[in-house]
Design a protein around this ligand. Structure first.
Ligand code: AMP
Length: 237
């Protein structure tokens, strides 16, 4: 949709009517409506401690990178929200609202609390590994992989696991195995600290990643190196 197609309003007036759902350091996330649809609006606000020209350039770059990564994923058939509209004046991205979804984080937490069989979680780990490998095969590096940034559509009721990746705010395009290894390392750290006793589950995710990734040996080698660096750093203090 072209900017001129936005009916009489500008992005700010949509924000005024939207509900704030997350206040981050870089951006605010709202749920609102656009042309009769429920939308998620991500607004990057100015950082007052930066020179305005530098800030404008950085914010624009981040917005562009986020949109580019989402589109690249979608083109490859990887589920990510539809981008409805981008306003580069107010740095707002209007995204498809993934309705009837829960974050993988919340899903794992409640599955663990209810003592649910590990079988479903294993299938979920397989799916996560497969999708992340597909994303890396497209040279998209997410930059902030956590179980909160993966949404599970229709929760546990849906037998065919439908995962949607969100929050590409720190993403970039790179073919380097190191960048992909770091991406997995960030997820590993987040995963194991958010979900205790899930080492086996994460191993399963990596196994599935390895099966679907075009460059698994190089990426896993880098992951091992980054882990080692992390351990050395924590030993030194
Ligand atoms: P983010 O900063 O992009 O991670 O968004 C913050 C929160 O908003 C997420 O943890 C989700 O709960 C929710 N959210 C973000 N994008 C979407 C989306 N496209 N559909 C549904 N919920 C979303």
């Amino acid at each position: 949709m072209a900017q001129s197609d936005l009916p009489k309003h500008n992005a700010s007036s949509y924000l005024a009517e939207a509900q704030l759902i997350k206040q981050g350091a870089e951006a605010r996330v709202y749920r609102g409506r656009l042309l009769g649809r429920s939308v998620i609006i991500k607004e990057r606000f100015p950082k007052l401690y930066r020179h305005p020209a530098v800030d404008e350039k950085l914010t624009r770059r981040r917005t562009t990178q986020e949109v580019r990564s989402i589109l690249r994923c979608r083109r490859a058939g990887i589920n990510a929200p539809v981008v409805y509209f981008v306003d580069y004046t107010t740095h707002c991205i209007f995204l498809e609202d993934i309705v009837h979804s829960v974050s993988v984080r919340d899903h794992i937490v409640s599955a663990q609390a209810s003592g649910e069989t590990t079988e479903h979680l294993q299938t979920l780990a397989d799916k996560m590994g497969e999708i992340l490998a597909q994303m890396h095969n497209e040279d998209v590096v997410h930059g902030d992989l956590t179980t909160s940034n993966m949404l599970l559509v229709n929760g546990a009721e849906n037998k065919n696991i439908n995962l949607v990746l969100i929050d590409f705010g720190l993403s970039f395009i790179s073919a380097l195995p190191e960048d992909k290894g770091v991406d997995l390392y960030v997820l590993e750290k987040a995963f194991l600290s958010t979900h205790p006793n899930t080492e086996a589950l994460f191993k399963r995710l990596l196994k599935s990643y390895t099966a679907s990734s075009k460059k698994a040996p190089a990426v896993i080698k880098k992951l091992d190196e980054v882990r080692l660096r992390g351990r050395k750093r924590s030993m030194v203090g």
